[in-house]
Design a protein around this ligand. Structure first.
Ligand code: C5P
Length: 292
C-alpha cells in the first residue's frame, strides 16, 4: 500500500505569548492559516520491519531523527497496533527551519495516513492528541485550515477561513532556533500584544482589512539585531503594496497579505531577486488534505 499526502505549511496571522509554564513551555494564543505550499509525503507499507525516512533534501534527518518517523512511532505506541514496516519519502517544498511548521506538517501527514490505513474509526481529536505527543504544532497540522491555537499550541478552535486574498512568502537565508527565541522573551517587556479577539471578529465578518490591521507576532519584538532582514522584507512587502506583513512563528519567514494576485506575484518576484526566496501562495481550508 502506498499513500501520498500533502503536508501544508502554516502562517501565523498572529502570535501572542501569555506566560511561561511550569513544564518549561509557554502558553500561546495564535491564529494560524494553512497555505497551499506543501511537502508531498509518501508512506509505503513494506515487508521489512522498522521505519525508514528519505527526502529529496540531503540534509534532512533520516530514520528516527525525523519528526515523520517520530510521529509513526508514537502512533503505534499509542494505539497498541503492531508496528508496520514503513518507508516514508518527503518531497520538500516548505522551507526548513522557517516558522512554517514544515516538519510538524510532515509528521501530521504521516499520522493522517496511518489513521486512514490502520485505524479509520479513530476520531480526529484522538489523532490530534497523539500529535501533541510529537510536537506542539502537530495537532494544528493534523487539522489544518484557519484556527485559534492556545495552550502549548494544542488547544484548537476552528475559525472562519481567511477571506480570499494572496500571500507573498519570503524565507531569508538566516535561520533562528525556536528555543533560543523563546529564551529571549521577557513577558513584562513585550511592548504590545496582538488583538486576537479583534482578529477573530474580523474573520467572522469576512473583513480582510480588519484581519490585516491586527496581524502581529510578539517574537518580532525580541529578534536579535542579526535578523534585520526580517524587517527589511516587511518594509519591502509594504512598499510593494501589501495590506500588511508579519513574521510567521519563530521566523525568519515573512509574509505579506494582498487583496489582488498581480501585486502579490510581483512582490514574490522582487523578493526572490533581493532575498533569494519569494513564493506566491493562497490560504487553504482544513479539508485540503488531498492533492487536487
Ligand atoms: O513542542 P516542540 O518540540 O515543537 O517545541 C520546540 C521548543 O519550542 C520547545 O522545546 C520549547 O523550547 C519551545 N516551545 C515553548 N512553548 C511552546 C511551544 C514550544 O516554549 N508552547
Amino acid at each position: 500500500m502506498i499513500y501520498t499526502e500533502p503536508a501544508c505549511a502554516k502562517l501565523n496571522l498572529s502570535l501572542d505569548i501569555l506566560g511561561k509554564r511550569a513544564d518549561g513551555y509557554h502558553d500561546l494564543r495564535m491564529v494560524m492559516a494553512s497555505i497551499d505550499l506543501a511537502d508531498e509525503v509518501t508512506v509505503s507499507f513494506v515487508s521489512e520491519p522498522g521505519i525508514q525516512v528519505s527526502a529529496d533534501l540531503p540534509y534532512l534527518p533520516r530514520g528516527g531523527g525525523n519528526i515523520a518517523a517520530k510521529a509513526a512511532e508514537r502512533f503505534f505506541q499509542e494505539t497498541g497496533l503492531p508496528p508496520a514496516g514503513l518507508s516514508i519519502h518527503i518531497r520538500k517544498r516548505v522551507p526548513v527551519c522557517a516558522g512554517m511548521a514544515g516538519g510538524s506538517s510532515d509528521g501530521a501527514a504521516v499520522l493522517r495516513v496511518l489513521r486512514r490505513a490502520l485505524a479509520p474509526e479513530m476520531t480526529e481529536e484522538r489523532l490530534e492528541e497523539i500529535g501533541a505527543l510529537v510536537g506542539s504544532d502537530v495537532p494544528y497540522c493534523v487539522r489544518g485550515g484557519t484556527a485559534l491555537a492556545e495552550g502549548r499550541g494544542e488547544r484548537l478552535t476552528d475559525l472562519p477561513a481567511l477571506p480570499p486574498c494572496w500571500l507573498a512568502v519570503c524565507k531569508p537565508p538566516c535561520s533562528i532556533s525556536t528555543p533560543e527565541l523563546f529564551s529571549l522573551v521577557r513577558l513584562k517587556k513585550l511592548r504590545c500584544h496582538p488583538d486576537t479577539a479583534g482578529m477573530i471578529a474580523a474573520l467572522e465578518r469576512g473583513d480582510l482589512e480588519g484581519v490585516a490591521r491586527r496581524m502581529y507576532n510578539v517574537f518580532e519584538d525580541v529578534l536579535p539585531r542579526r535578523y534585520v532582514q526580517v524587517f527589511e522584507i516587511k518594509s519591502a512587502l509594504l512598499g510593494l503594496g501589501a495590506i500588511s506583513a508579519s513574521m510567521t512563528g519563530s521566523g525568519p519567514t515573512v509574509f505579506g497579505l494582498f487583496r489582488d494576485r498581480e501585486p502579490a506575484e510581483q512582490a514574490a518576484e522582487v523578493l526572490r531577486g533581493q532575498f533569494g526566496s519569494g513564493v506566491l501562495c493562497r490560504a487553504v481550508g482544513s479539508g485540503r488534505h488531498s492533492f487536487s
